[in-house]
Design a protein around this ligand. Structure first.
Ligand code: IMP
Length: 179
């Protein structure tokens, strides 16, 4: 793996600590009880699968999981336009407490589109958790309910995030060098 053009910005230890804190917040907001709705984490493929896997194991109640993927048009380091569901959920979400799990929110176009689609399916509730947020790039009127780290406007990889399908298996978050 060539690593000469990436710069580590969030370490494995920082990720571990923050993911555990996020799981604590979610556990507190969705307490377990006999009449509580099912809690389902919905991961947006492919980037969120590492985050979701770590997050779910720190949540202190039973959760179910599902995934969807979204296709979009745009180049590789600038965000996407015109997102569309490419691979849909396997189960209905009506009556379910849904937490949508995103790797990163950039312009917010993708998150807004997915939330609009999911709201139409009448979940009991819908919140969103993003590991990373680039608020300076926001175009859509949306903010994640829970955010791991706010980051500056740099393209980042690792911990599930890719650049042209590379670097997903890095355990930390790195930024691509500008040139
Ligand atoms: P948005 O619709 O502009 O918010 O873009 C969200 C999607 O763009 C994310 O789910 C990622 O797939 C991708 N993306 C945006 N910024 C980055 C980045 O810095 N690294 C990797 N993927 C990114």
């Amino acid at each position: 793996m060539h690593t000469d053009f990436i710069e580590p910005i969030i370490s494995v230890e920082q990720l571990k600590k923050r993911v555990s804190e996020l799981a604590g917040l979610i556990s507190a907001d969705y307490p377990d009880s006999s009449n509580a709705p099912e809690l389902r984490l919905i991961g947006v493929l492919k980037g969120s699968f590492v985050f979701l896997a770590d997050l779910m194991r720190q949540i202190k109640r039973d959760v179910s999981i599902d995934f969807l993927s979204v296709s979009s048009y745009g180049n590789s380091t600038r965000s996407s336009r015109n997102p569309k569901i490419q691979q849909d959920l396997t189960c209905e979400i009506s009556g379910v407490d849904v937490v949508l799990v995103e790797d990163i929110v950039d312009t917010g176009t993708t998150l807004k589109y997915i939330c609009d689609v999911l709201e139409q399916r009448k979940p009991h509730s819908l919140r969103t958790v993003a590991l990373l947020d680039k608020p300076s790039r926001r175009v859509a009127q949306i903010s994640p309910s829970y955010v791991g780290f706010e980051i500056p406007d740099r393209f980042v990889v690792g911990y599930g995030l890719d650049y042209s399908q590379r670097f997903r298996n890095r355990p930390d978050i790195c930024a691509l060098m500008e040139d």
